[in-house]
Every structure is written in structure tokens, then in C-alpha cells.
Design a protein around this ligand. Sequence first.
Ligand code: C2E
Ligand code: MG
Ligand code: MG
Length: 741
Amino acid sequence: MLAGPAALALLTIAAQASAVAFHPERAWLELATALLLVLQARWLARRVATYRDRGPQRAIVMTGQLLALGLAADAVVHLASWDVPHSAGFVTGSILASVLAFHAVLQWDQLGSGVPDVGDWTNALGMVAVLVGAGLLLTDGALLPTAGWSEAQEIVQLVQVANGLVLLAACLSVGLLAGMGRQSRLWAVLATSVGFVVAQGLALSQGFHVSQLVSSLGQVIVVSVVMVALHHPLPSRRVEGERPPLTTSWSLALTAGACLVLVASAVSDADDRALAGIVGGLAALLGVARTAGIVREIEGANQSRREARTDELTGLGNRRGLARALGEAMTNLAAGEPVALLAVDLRGFRDVNDRFGPAAGDDVLRVMAGRMREQLSERMVSRISGDQFIVVLVEPDASDPATTADGLVLALERPVQVGATTVRLRASIGVAQAAPGSGLGDADELLRRAHVAMHVAKRAEKHVAYYDPNEEAAAHAARERVEELAALLGPAPDPAAGHLVVHYQPQLDLRTGRVVGAEALVRWAHPTHGLLYPDAFVDLVERHGLMRPLTDTVLRLAATQAAAWERAGTPLRVSVNLSSSLFLDGRLERMVQDALLATGASAHLIALEITESVLMENAEAVPRVLDALADRAVSLSIDDFGTGYSSLAYLSDLPVDELKIDRSFVQRMLQDVRTHAVVAGTIDLAHRLGLRVVAEGVEDEDTLEALRALDCDVTQGYLHSRPVEASALTGWLDARTSVLG
Ligand code: C2E
Ligand code: MG
Ligand code: MG
């Protein structure tokens, strides 16, 4: 495929060789060479027209054309016998052509490495100046005899040699960079160029005219070979990334060369020392400019690297910044210094975003970042998501993370102004520490531990929590339990998750000793852990939105049992515990009604217990729901009375029938006169308001007697019975009836 272009190239070279060899016909032969060069250029231009990347080829096409123009101009001058120094056309054309050739190399460089570098022009010009300066000093000695040459001729020749050398070096480095080291066309071009430069050096002693003839032939050969080589597309890598330190080494060489030329011209006694000094000085200036450029580039690169590690919003580190800080901390750890991580979470930040909008949220984050920066060096803090920050502590702070954490809490919880409002966020900080030799050398693990501790702090609404493997195990167990609960209570219950059981604890009328009611208390028959008590799961159920199905199940089981006891002739009022979330859900009344309907239990045999805290938390919703429930004839009871801060006056407005004094009061009433007074007062006032009083947690006869003395209505507690299965309670009831009866 390259046979045609190669043949044309050979023809061109032959024409120029004949021009150099045969004097009288030189002008015509030069014209022929020029024509052939133009033909080669056009062929190349046509061939590459469809290539995607053809910058280098286009520059070389113009190089060939310029060279042709120079040769043609010389020929015309000669044929017309004009009084212009022969070779003037070629010299001008060849110098311009070498500029274009260098441009081609730069285009090729961009293609090969994907990184444009304007600084290379400075390098190239500087190197040419260095070489010319050096040449000026050398050609005066015996090494390169140019006696009889004019100064202008000498400079012209040296510039051409220097151009050749610079192009050669540039081609070599770019060719290797572009990964063309195995391509014969690269080596063909390089070999031809080396031959050209050597021939030019040798021709120096033959006088200016001969040198120019050699130079013209050499350039025609090199350009022809390059044009043939470029008929194939150049490999294009377009890789992003750091540029190899090639231009840096070039400018070092440039500066060093310029200095050498300057020193040599100062100590030399050559005729051209002044000129060499000027050229050397020029090169030195270019070298300095290039070095300054490189310094700026490096600064720019550092800046963008810094920016890549910085969180745009707060100016703190981002995840990349954190990775770096962690890397450094881990190196410290390996060197024997402790490391601590603080994972900081701002509670209440989401509210700010929701209430005031994201712009206000951003402002608050900036304020928080500023406060952290006041406490800690900027490099130590990173923001890794919305309102989460990580602080990396190294010595001396790492040994005492508590001080830093406390300081942060104080700073972060100071009020923040958002528009006209003042808000206060809460900080939860998780601390993870790594001591040297603890075997913990993994940054990710340390980070994970800090997060675990932070979640513990958040859940417990604490300021600071330290990573604790036991707590982590507990948290893990809780997660597992939540999944099991979802299987137990979810829309499609999984029998493998066990089932709910209700135990009943009897309530006795203090005056008659008769069993008047029973509290339904839920248990979970867990497939592996056996019977679980409410403290092991009720909180999780509430927190994960599963309270409705749980209460529904308990309610139906309890109502079924109440109906059964009624049918058996021992009617008992069965109490079911209701939790806070049920009052917000709006379907409670319906749920109770459905349970009554489905089980056939009489409404007056069902009591619903609401703790005092539920009342206080939902002061708006609860009374409405209670009214609706009271209309259904179920009775209502206030559970755990005394643990909240409700007043009996408030309770009197609600349709409740019963008050259950919390067992903490009941159990202390004999030891503590004040508690005794509270219990007595509560019973008295409740009676005046028409409420029945139940004392919970009665464990001994003395307490029972004390309650009797205070005229309490009903008692419930281990003294009578622990919560037991329905069948056990039925047996217990039968036994008592026979005893009482
Ligand atoms: P609670 O409603 O105050 O229930 C009374 C708790 O006190 C029961 O604990 C009972 O076993 C215990 N108790 C009774 N007598 C004595 C005594 O003499 N001494 C002592 N030390 N304790 C006594 P349990 O069954 O572990 O239930 C704990 C809590 O779990 C209940 O407190 C209630 O708040 C909640 N709970 C139980 N079942 C349900 C339910 O179905 N739904 C909801 N939402 N909560 C429930
Ligand atoms: Mg209760
Ligand atoms: Mg209670």
C-alpha cells in the first residue's frame, strides 16, 4: 500500500540528488524536486483526509510544501539570474519548515499523550539557542573549521543543524511516549534524521555552498521519509493523567546548556564570543521562563489536587481528604503513636433543612464547620455526608479524645441563627481508638467502629459514646431481632419466627378478695430463645412500626379469653396495654371494634391501659380517641400512674375509669413516709374523682394491709400470682372459688 508513496519519495530524492550533483541543470532539477514534493504532500493530504486525528500529517504536508517553495524560489532566482544570494529561498523555506515540523511533533505529542504543553515551544527555541551559541564558540576552533564563512552564513548553518538536532530529540521522546517504540517507521525516520545531522556536521568544512546543498538534499530525504511514514494513522492514546516529567527534564537541560554557553563565552577568546554570549543569554531567559512556567504548572496541579480533597461547601476535607488523613494516621500508628477517630453527627439538622430549606441548611453546615475549625486543625476534619463529620486525632489529642469530643459538643450545640429563628442542634459523637500494638491497623475498621459508636450515641441520645464490642454485639442482635419481628408481625407472618403468647395476671378486689380482672401481658414464644418478655422486644416493635399488628393480636387473644371466661361463668375484665403510636395511627377505635366483633366478647369486659406518658406525649390526639373508645363501652385505665407528671385534675376531664398506681410507689410505700403519703393522697383524690384505684406490684402482705388501710380498690402483684397462661389462671380461679365459695 505504501509502494506508491515510497516510489514517489524515491523519485523526489533522486531529483534532488541530481540537482546537487549536476551543476548546469540544477535549477531545472530543483524545480522538479519541488514539484515532486508538492505531489507527495497532496497525496498524503488526500490519504489522511478521512483520519480522525490528522494534525501531525497536516503540519507535515505544509512542511513539504514550504520546502518545495524554497527550492522553487531558488531555481527561479537562478534561471532569471537575479542578484539574490543563491540558497536564500531554500534557507528561508527550510527554517520555516522546521518550525512547522516541530509543530507537527507537538500535534503528535498531544495525540500520543493527550496533554497539550505549550511550554515545549520555549524548550525548543531555548535549545536551538543553546546549540547555536555552543556552535558559535566551537566553529572558531579546530573542531569545526568554518574559516571563510560570513557570520550570517555560520549562524544560518548552525540554526539548521540545531533545528535538526532538536527535532530529532523531540521525535525520539514523543515517539517513545506515544508507544511507537516497536514501529519500524519511527526508527526509519530517526535513522534518516541522524544521517542528515551527521552529514551536515561533516559538510561544515566544505564551505557554505556545499553545506547548503547537503542540507537541501538531507531535508528533502527526511521530509520524504516522514511523509511516507505518515500515510498510516498515528496511534492515539488520549490518556488522562500526569504528564511524564519529560518537559521538566528538557527545561533543566535547557537551563544547564544556557549556563554553559554563557560561561564558555565569558572565558573563550573566540571571535564570536560576544554573539555566543547574546544567544546564550537568550537561551538562559527562555530557560528561566520555562522553569517559571513549570513552577506555575506544579502549583496549579497542587491546587487542583487540594481542591479534589476539599469539601466545596465547608472547606473541610471530603472523603478523599479523609482517606489521606487516615492514611497518615495509620502510618503514625505503625510508628507507635495512638490514633483516635471521632464520628460526629448533628441531630436535628434534617429539621433545619425541612423547615428552612436547603440553603439555610448549607449555612448551618458552614457555621458548624467553622466551629470545628476553631477547635481543630483543618486537616483533621472531613465532612463525609450531609451532617456527618469525621475527625482524625493523632498525638497528643489521640490519647485524650474525650477532651476534644467534649469541646466539640459544646461548640456545636451553641445556638445558631437561621434567619429570624435561633436553632440548637445536638451533637452525637462516636469515638474509636487504636493503640499501637493493638493489632488494629485497618483504617476502614477504625472508621466503622467510630460509626457504630456514633449510632449508639445517637440512639441513646447521648453526646459521646465509645466503641464497645459488646454494644456492637447487642446492636447486631437487635438488628437480627428486628428482622425476626418483621417476620413475626409483618403482612405475611412466618411461622418460623415463633408466635405471640398472652399471659394473664389476676387483679383482686381488696375488700372481697375476689378476682375481678386480669392484665394481658404479651410474650414471644421465640423459636430458639424460648419465651421472651416484653422488655426484650416491645421497644423494638414500637420503634419499627410494628405495634399495630402486635396489639391487634394481643387484643384478639385477650378478647377471646374474656369471652371464654364469661361463658364459663367467671367473667373477668381483661386489660390490654396500648402504646403511644397507636394513638397517632387513627385506626385504634376500629381495631377494638373489629376485635370485639370477631371474638364476641362484651365491651365492658375489656379495659384498655394507657400509660401516663402516652397521655402527656399526645395531649391533643389521646382525649379524642379515648372519647371514641369510651363510647364503645370499653373501660379505660391509666397505667404506671405517678411516673409521669400529669395532674389528677387533668385526668378528671378524660373518660377514664381506673388508675393504676405504678409499682415503684407501691413497693416503696412502707419504707418511705413521703411515698406512703403520695399513695394515700392519690387514692383519696382518685376516689373523689370517681376513679377505681389499682395498686400494681404488690409483693407482700404488709403492703396489702397498708393498701387496705388506705381503702385501695384492687391489687395486682406477685403476692397473688405472677402472670400465667390462661389455663393456669382458670385453674387458679377454680381453686379460689372453691376456697372462697
Ligand atoms: P405494665 O403494663 O406495667 O405491666 C406490669 C408489669 O409488671 C408486668 O411485667 C408484670 O409481670 C410486672 N409485675 C406484676 N406484678 C409484679 C410484682 O409484684 N413485682 C414486680 N417486680 N413486677 C410485677 P411484664 O409482663 O414484663 O411487662 C412489662 C411491660 O411491658 C408492661 O408493663 C407493659 O408496659 C408492657 N407490655 C406488656 N404487654 C404489652 C402489650 O401487649 N402491649 C404493649 N404495648 N405493652 C405491653
Ligand atoms: Mg399495664
Ligand atoms: Mg404498669
